[in-house]
Structure formats: C-alpha cells, structure tokens
Ligand binder design. Structure first.
Ligand code: G4P
Length: 525
C-alpha cells in the first residue's frame, strides 16, 4: 500500500466525557465491532475507582493498566482505527489535554440525563482551540433522561458549537424503542441486550408504513413530527463544516446495550478526517511528505522504582516511521535509533517495523525525552508546544532533607519534563511553585520524589486563583506591569512571564489597569 493510501485509511481519535457518562463502555463496544475483542467486559477501565482516591498507589496500579490501553488500534473494514485513551480521573486532566493534541478528531459522550458536565465543557475548549472535528454521542437512552431537543440546545450553548442530529431517538427510558438513522434513512429497533446488535427494519422512506408497524402509530407520528422540526431548524449536515470544527453531528444510543454504536462507527469512518497537516514553528507539515516526523505527547513512567524507564508515546505526523532508522532528536541535536518501538493493536503491544501518520508508537526511554519533543528524519522542525493550562491548585515545594537538595532538583525537573505537573519559579523570592489540576498530583509527586529520587519534599500552602501567561506589544507597558506586580511574577518552565493572580478581583483589576497587557489562560496563544 502506498503512503497516501495508508494515511487515508487512518482514523485517530479520542473519546472524551465527564466521568461515568460511558466512555469506557463505548470504547469497548467499538473494539467489539472492530473484532479487537470478542466479549463485552474485556476492556479494563482505567477509571479510578471512587473508593481509591485517597490511596494513590492503588490509583497508579490502576493507571498502570492504561499503558496497555493507552492506544487501541484495530482494523474496521478498510480503515485502521486508533483510539487514544484518556484518563478517567479529572485530577489527570492535563494528560487528556495533551492527548487531544495527538488526535485528528474527537467523540464526546454525554449522559442523556445529566447533559453537559463540567469536564466536558473544559475538554471542548481544548478541541475548539485546535478546530478539532467533534462528533457527539448522547448515551444511556435506555434510562429516563431529558428531552432530546433540550439536550441539543444545551449542547449548542454549553459546548459553543453548532449541532446537527444525524440520528433520532424514538422515546426514551422504559419506552425507548429505537433510533431513526437520519444519515442513512434507516430504522433500528432497540432490544436491551449487551451482546447483540440491534434489529434493522428495512424502510424506503420516512412515510413507509413499516415504521408504524414497528413502533406503533403514535410513536411513528411523533417521529415524523420531530424530524420535520429538525429539518426545519437545523441546516443540512455539511461535512466541510464538521471538518472545520464548526458543526458537531449528534448520535443517540445506549453504549451498554450496543445500541446506536454501529451507526456511529459507520458514519464516523466515513466523515472523520484522516491525519491532517500539522503546524510546526517552521512550516506546515503534510502527512504524505517523504520525511518522517513526529512528536512526543505523553510519557508514561514505569512505576518500578529500581528502573527509571518510561515509554514515550510518539504521534507520527509525516512520512514512514521505521524501526532502527536514524532519527534526529531536535532538542538535543542527537541522532537516535529505536530498536524496540511498539505499536498497539487489538489491545496487544508488539514491536513494529514500520508505522504511518496517525499511528502512535511507544518508545522505551531512559530519560531522553520531554513532552513536546520533535523527532524527524533530519529536518530541523519544531512542532508547536503542547498547551499548558492554568493549574487549579498551587503549592510551594520545599526541601525537607537538606542533604538531598540535588536529588530534589533533579526529581522535580524530570517529573515536570514528564508532564506530571507545572513548575513556576517566583521571580521575587526564587521559590518553586507546583501547579496541578487536583490534590492527587501533589501526592503522586511527593511519593515519586521519595521513591525514585530519594528526596523529601514538603508542601506549603499558597492561595492563588490563576496563572496567566502575559504578553504585550508595548515593551514599556510590560516592564511597568512586571515592576508593579513583581511579587506575583513567575517564570514557567520555558522562562516565560506568568502573572499569579490571587483572586478573580485582582485579575480583573490588573486587566482594567493595564489594557496593553494580554492575559492568557493557556500557554498556547
Ligand atoms: P466512563 O468511562 O465515562 O467513566 O463511564 P463507563 O463506561 O464506565 O460507564 C459508567 C456507568 O454507566 C457504568 O455503570 C456503565 O455500565 C453505565 N453505562 C454505560 N453506558 C450505559 C447505557 O447506555 N445505559 C445504561 N443504563 N448504563 C450505561 P457502573 O454501574 O458505574 O459500572 P459497571 O459496574 O456497570 O461496570
């Protein structure tokens, strides 16, 4: 197969949702259709059990599972599908943000009873930053939930994207009868069953009497009425709008009952994008270029303290990746060869000889890689940095064992390179501040510093609201701001200016008082 053909058949995406909406269940059902697994229940959730939140070693053990399921590759018809898994626990949201930089599209799962929840809103913001095409699957139709029109309105207003239903439910909860597939003009009847696929009713058009026979006169009439309304309210589905990230097709179903999932998958492979051109600092790189290039979007540490080894996950952006070929590691300017790159097929990890754009390879590493590093077959390219978002929690990190200062510094640096949390250095007092999304990350850092580096740390409370990356076209204004706020100025890992606002009010005042300064809540602007 030519490089172009390999690229065109690839679909690399992530499934995102608020915890409990059904991401794991949907993933599993997609794997069932791809023949990658044969029975339901085979996918281990990397969701962290709620009871375990105070015991993070247990969490890490559970997270260990996610190395195997980090990328799930399988063939579906002519397509090669790569699902990139994202951590279920929201304290590891930063991992999810980074994974989203390595996908070409996203499926969002929403619980029909709960609608759009916080985590989903935040993840959608990341998709919007990159115009990532999004498909929405409204799940759990077998349970009582909200009116589908209300859900559509909420999706539009909360996720700030136009929506277009491509399937439509007939009733909901106990009375749920099935979905009408608008995209294919077909009708599927619901039978609650975890293993079996739904029953399809052959129909010629929406007027077909077989619909009335299948679901009853009243529901058939309601379906026709709903669809008329949909056709009147929502413009026809336009694939180009979807690919630009401007409109999100919506499907309804029940992942647990394998219902509406095949419709989703069949439509997905047809409309979802194959690997797209990617922006590097120097130029736009097309996937079908001859030269290989890729970037590291995730580093998974081995939890065995005696072997500080990791797996670096590399997303292939262009060309053909080959085992043992010399590749340039741009940041260090070194040539590296990889003898044991692994690929992820049907839940198995195995050494591969070659891989193509859209694929993810896992490279065993002993500390060469940082998140965001670029690899190429020679060209000097830098893929744009992965975005960091303002952390939600901040603490000073202090050395608790004066004899081990060096170990602590090294540990902090390496853990930050791995993307465990964010480090800021206060410009006023030189103290180190660690920013995280959740409390769990502090525990992870403390434990790993102790067990992997032999260093002891202590946390000191710090009450901050947000870290904002600042810039200005006016050097004088920038200098004046930094002077006025010198106690609250910090440098991020790359030495960029960050303003630490301790309350929404302070931030608002700063924005009012310094109109020439731009405040950003993500490092990518
Ligand atoms: P997540 O990865 O997004 O966190 O969600 P997950 O798939 O684990 O699903 C969360 C819960 O919702 C699970 O129940 C799952 O069985 C259930 N679920 C998923 N899809 C559907 C659906 O279509 N209908 C109904 N009624 N339930 C659904 P649980 O009790 O938390 O776990 P389990 O003991 O069933 O595994």
């Amino acid at each position: 197969m030519s490089l172009k053909e390999e690229i065109n058949r690839r679909r690399t995406f992530a499934i995102i949702s608020h915890p409990d909406a059904g991401k794991t269940t949907l993933t599993e059902k997609l794997l069932l259709f791809g023949g990658a697994i044969h029975i339901a229940g085979a996918v281990k959730s990397n969701k962290i059990k709620k009871t375990a939140t105070s015991d993070w070693m247990e969490i890490e053990k559970q997270r260990g599972i996610s190395v195997a399921t980090s990328v799930m590759g399988f063939n579906y018809g002519d397509y090669k599908i790569n699902i990139l898994d994202t951590p279920g626990h929201q304290d590891f949201a930063e991992d999810t943000y980074r994974t989203l930089t390595a996908v070409d599209s996203v499926i969002i799962v929403v619980d029909v009873a709960k609608g759009v929840e916080r985590q989903t809103r935040k993840l959608m913001e990341v998709c919007r930053m990159r115009n990532t095409p999004v498909i929405i699957f409204v799940n759990k139709l077998d349970r009582e939930g909200r009116d589908p029109f209300d859900i559509l309105d909420e999706l539009e207003s909360e996720l700030k994207i136009r929506v277009r239903p491509l399937s439509w439910p007939i009733n909901i909860g106990e009375k749920f009868k099935g979905v009408y597939n608008i995209y294919e003009s077909s009708l599927d009847l619901f039978t609650p069953d975890k293993q079996r696929v739904s029953e399809r009713v052959e129909i010629d058009s929406l007027d077909d009497e077989r619909i009335d026979e299948a679901v009853g006169d009243a529901d058939a009439a309601k379906l026709r009425e709903d669809l008329e309304l949909i056709e009147g309210v929502y413009p026809e589905f336009d694939k180009a709008d979807y690919l630009r990230g401007e409109v999100a097709p919506v499907f309804f179903g029940s992942a647990l009952n394998t219902f509406g999932v095949k419709e989703l998958l069949d439509c997905f492979v047809q409309i979802a994008p194959s690997p797209r051109p990617i922006e590097a600092e120097e130029r736009t790189v097309n996937p079908d270029e001859d030269g290989f290039s890729g970037f590291v979007f995730k580093i998974h540490a081995n939890m065995d303290p005696n072997h500080r080894s990791c797996i670096a996950f590399v997303k292939i952006c262009s060309g053909r990746f080959e085992r043992n070929a010399p590749y340039k590691h741009i940041r260090s300017n070194k040539t590296l060869k990889f003898a044991a790159p692994t690929a992820f097929m049907a839940q198995k990890k195995s050494i591969v000889d070659e891989a193509f754009p859209g694929d993810i390879v896992g490279i065993p590493d002993t500390g060469n890689f940082k998140i965001g590093d670029t690899l190429t077959s020679g060209e000097e390219l830098h893929y744009k940095g992965l975005p960091s978002f303002s952390p939600e929690m901040f603490k000073y990190i202090e050395n608790a064992d004066p004899m081990k200062a060096k170990q602590l510094d090294k540990g902090i640096q390496q853990l930050m390179d791995e993307g465990v949390a964010q480090l800021f250095v206060n410009q006023f007092n030189g103290r180190k501040i660690i920013g995280t999304v959740g409390q769990l990350q502090f525990e992870v850092i403390q434990y790993r510093l102790e067990h992997e580096y032999g260093a002891q740390c202590r946390w000191e409370p710090l009450s901050l609201y947000k870290a904002c990356w600042i810039e200005s076209d006016d050097a004088e204004a920038l200098a004046a701001f930094k002077k006025r706020k010198f106690q609250f100025m910090a440098a991020d890992r790359d030495g960029r200016d960050v303003f630490l606002a301790d309350s929404p009010y302070v931030l608002q005042m700063a924005q009012n008082d310094f109109p020439k300064i731009r405040f950003h809540f993500s490092s990518e602007f």
